[in-house]
Ligand binder design. Structure first.
Ligand SMILES: C[S@@+](CC[C@H](N)C(=O)[O-])C[C@H]1O[C@@H](n2cnc3c(N)ncnc32)[C@H](O)[C@@H]1O
Length: 428
């Protein structure tokens, strides 16, 4: 048994845990809230900090609420259901500010807006559901054990209770898959990917039969094989795409393309990014990691020309289709890894650059190429990881591009994940 001691929780940190101090030493405790006084047991001691778990809550923080989900604390999907939603977004702002100060080396970062999700529940349009030994759900925190669940309040209502029905589907399959990927679009059309690990027996079940079992508006499903960590398509039955909408735009999204997960924040994200192009007369916009053209197409409305670069072939073919259905003739797309696409970026020489990379962020070569564009005026950086964002902002700064302001747009309520829109300007 580890050492037990009393601790007051001061704040929530990136990764989701609460932070308290014992004689100045940092102690991280999951599922706590600032203001809690807790009896904890030390689970591990590292150089400079300890990790501990709650034995008993001695005094409850006023920031606590009753978690909505019976699996909260066991299922690894959520971190902060026990914290009032308005406080969750405040802590995300503080996490961003701290990262920008400590890693980004900005003394007083200007975070000019925090945009809470219009609904903190039922916002997710997709999920990667894990399967193991008949259990269907999500991994427990920091583990590969599947927590068997029957519903998830983060998912869109039509797919929130799909778990027992996926279990029923298991009885129709020749062997157990490792994952189900479920996506329900803005048209309430559902696409399903059944992902197998290693060898498996081929099968074919009519889409109508699966629809009956799953009790959702299933329009198509695919069989996938996990290869190098990515699901590779073996065969698809029925329709393999659907549509997302905003007030002004329509996007085709295929089963294998990325799309923003929070359906309530899509319009806000598009508006906050394209407002920059609307308010300034930029000539040419380059959008790196452009997906299906979610930002390229709206920005394309306000500039002379726009182009997107994206590695995923499925997303690029959606993007090409999307520019047509939105009636834009001044937008083009290239299917390239960003690094391979740098010569295209240099050749176009845009004055506005948008980047929305995966969690790992950018690298020095990409940043240097952007910074050296002779016409560059502005960079809009959309990020889902405040520490790589802050690291990249420090690198941009070394190349004469400074952050003017940033916004937190909460894409992931009930979790610690922080989405940011940062606005950078060339100073020399
Ligand atoms: C966070 S998403 C952003 C997509 C788009 N901006 C949107 O809002 O829908 C990141 C995108 O980068 C793409 N991607 C990942 N690694 C890439 C790379 N090395 N080069 C180019 N694109 C990449 C992914 O396929 C994905 O579409």
């Amino acid at each position: 048994m580890g050492k037990r001691f009393k601790l007051k929780i001061e704040k929530l940190v990136y990764g989701g845990r609460g932070l308290g101090r014992l004689n100045g030493r940092a102690v991280f405790v999951p599922f706590t809230a600032p203001g809690d006084i807790v009896l904890v047991e030390e689970k591990s001691r590292k150089s400079g900090y300890s990790e501990a778990e709650v034995v008993k809550i001695l005094e409850r923080s006023r920031e606590r609420v009753e978690p909505l989900c019976p699996y909260f604390g066991k299922c690894g999907g959520c971190d902060w259901q026990h914290v009032k939603y308005e406080k969750q977004v405040e802590y995300k702002r503080a996490i961003l500010e701290e990262n920008l100060q400590k890693i980004g080396k900005i003394k007083k970062p200007n975070i000019d807006e925090v945009i809470p999700s219009p609904s903190p529940w039922h916002y997710r349009n997709r999920a990667q559901i894990k399967v193991k030994n008949g259990k269907v759900g999500f991994f427990a925190k920091n583990s590969h054990q599947v927590v068997d669940i029957d519903r998830c309040p983060l998912l869109k209502e039509d797919i929130a209770e799909i778990f027992p029905r996926l279990k029923e589907l298991l009885t129709l399959l020749p062997s157990e898959p490792s994952e189900f990927h479920v996506y329900s679009s803005g048209k309430d059309e559902v696409l399903l990917k059944i992902v197998f690990q290693g060898r498996f027996k081929r099968f074919e079940i009519p889409v109508e039969k699966l629809k009956e079992v799953l009790k959702v508006n299933l329009v198509g499903y695919g069989i996938y094989r996990q290869s190098n960590g990515f699901p590779e398509r073996v065969r698809f039955f029925g329709k393999d795409f659907s549509y997302e909408f905003t007030e002004k735009f329509k996007f085709r999204v295929s089963a294998d393309s990325f799309f923003q997960v929070n359906r309530f924040q899509l319009e806000n994200l598009i508006n906050r990014v394209s407002k920059v192009a609307m308010e300034h007369q930029y000539m040419l916009a380059g959008d790196l990691y452009c997906g299906v053209g979610t930002l390229t197409i709206p920005v394309g409305r306000y500039v002379h020309r726009a182009f997107g670069i994206e590695a995923n072939f499925s997303a690029v073919s959606d993007a090409l289709y999307n520019k047509d259905i939105n009636g834009l003739r001044n937008v083009s797309f290239y299917c390239r890894e960003t690094e391979e696409g740098l010569p295209i970026l240099k050749e176009h020489n845009p004055d506005l650059v948008i980047v929305d990379p995966p969690r790992s962020g950018l690298n020095e070569k990409i940043i240097k190429t952007i910074a050296n564009l002779s016409r560059l005026k502005k960079v809009v950086y959309v990020s889902c990881n405040p520490s790589t964002l802050a690291r990249d902002i420090a690198t941009f700064h070394r190349y004469g591009i400074n952050m003017e302001r940033a916004k937190v747009i909460d894409m992931f309520p009930q979790t610690f994940h922080v989405e940011t829109i940062a606005y950078l300007r060339k100073v020399k």
